[in-house]
Write a protein that binds this ligand. Structure first.
Ligand code: SF4
Length: 356
């Protein structure tokens, strides 16, 4: 399917730091400086209307913080986020609220994200309460339509979340996210708490809704098979930065950044394709004290002196990719070799079933 190229979301040098210093008095007594956790530290990318951009990376790399920045749950420390051409930092009051309604989030855990004391109808209708021009009858009609849209029965409106399975609860979460007719959904590991067969149903439902409603997704997952199934483009995050951003097929077939190659290499090859499994070496460095230069250098088999001293710029590379790596930018033979790590490893597809 040809995707329109107009950007809906533009993220420019976005950063979010958290002050994790000891309490003020303790800091004064011990004369310790302020300590910031740089959860997101200078991220630039766009998401085009109607596409799915997936973000992958190890735990703690900043994916979820970035997701929350995009829906306004966190404020920016630096940089800007533009939605449909408007800077989110320059709108306030009713305008900010209107823009917030156009961006919604689906959370990872459908058990924790639904109020167990509310009936499903009230949960789904909650975002509609901000729409002053809707009558009670219209809200009820909308809730029924949303339940049908996500494959549930309008009669389910009177039941409580605990009376549903995990997959059904995630459908309720999706219905709630769609209530205010958003254009952009941030999906933070929306299927990781579900069984594999249910995952496929929920993913297919999300793809169907994207087609029907023209939705744009930011999809966060640590499961590369899920990412391969849903994404148009993929961004790879490492210690608060995007190190590679590329169309899905070229990223999976020809990953360029050494970290992306190691991530793909870590996929178990249950089909016996003859690829050696090369897990990502070493531990993620302490984000409170990240390494200088390229933050991946302590784990990178290609690191040279320049990697330890200078942070690589995020630059266009071949295949419509953008990559932050000195080796890719300068064409080092050991980095560019197609046999470096395990480029092009086949992804085991998730089971794809028809949406019921
Ligand atoms: Fe490895 Fe250097 Fe590239 Fe960082 S910049 S990923 S250390 S080659």
């Amino acid at each position: 399917m040809t995707k329109p190229a107009t950007p809906l979301v533009e993220v420019v040098d976005a950063a979010r730091w958290f002050d994790v210093s000891p309490p003020w008095l303790e800091r004064m007594i011990s004369r310790r400086p302020r300590v910031d956790l740089r959860a997101v530290d200078g991220v630039t990318f766009t998401i085009r209307k109607g596409e799915t951009l997936a973000l992958v990376g190890e735990s703690g790399c900043g994916k979820s913080t970035l997701a929350r920045l995009l829906v306004g749950l966190y404020g920016l420390t630096r940089g800007d986020i533009r939605f449909d051409g408007r800077s989110l930092t320059s709108v306030h009051g009713a305008q900010a609220q209107a823009l917030r309604r156009r961006r919604q989030m689906i959370f990872q855990d459908p058990y924790a994200s639904l109020n167990p004391r509310w009936r499903v109808g009230r949960i789904i209708a909650e975002p509609l309460n901000a729409l002053a021009d809707m009558t009670s009858a219209q809200k009820r009609e909308r809730v029924d339509a949303l339940l049908r849209q996500v494959g549930l029965d309008p009669a389910d409106r009177t039941r409580y979340p605990h009376q549903f399975s995990g997959g059904q609860r995630q459908r309720i979460s999706i219905a709630r996210a769609l209530a205010a007719r958003p254009e952009f959904l941030v999906c933070d590991e929306p299927t990781s708490a579900l069984d594999v067969s249910v995952q496929a149903q929920v993913l297919n439902l999300m793809k169907d809704l994207q087609r029907e409603l023209g939705l744009t997704y930011l999809f966060i997952s640590h499961n590369l098979a899920v990412v391969h199934h849903v994404a148009d483009r993929v961004g790879v995050m490492y210690l608060g930065r995007i190190v590679e951003l590329a169309p899905r097929d070229s990223l999976f077939a020809r990953p360029l950044h050494p970290y992306t190659r190691m991530l793909l290499s870590a996929i178990p090859d249950i089909r016996g394709g003859g690829h050696a499994r090369t897990p990502v070496a070493g531990e993620v460095p302490n984000p409170l004290n990240p390494p200088p230069g390229c933050t991946f250098h302590p784990r990178c088999p290609h690191a040279r002196d320049v990697c330890r001293q200078e942070a690589p710029a995020f630059l266009p590379a071949k295949g419509d990719a953008e990559v932050a790596c000195h080796g890719v930018a300068q064409g080092w033979p050991d980095v560019m070799s197609p046999t470096a790590e395990s480029a092009g490893r086949p992804v085991v597809p998730i089971a794809v079933e028809a949406t019921p």
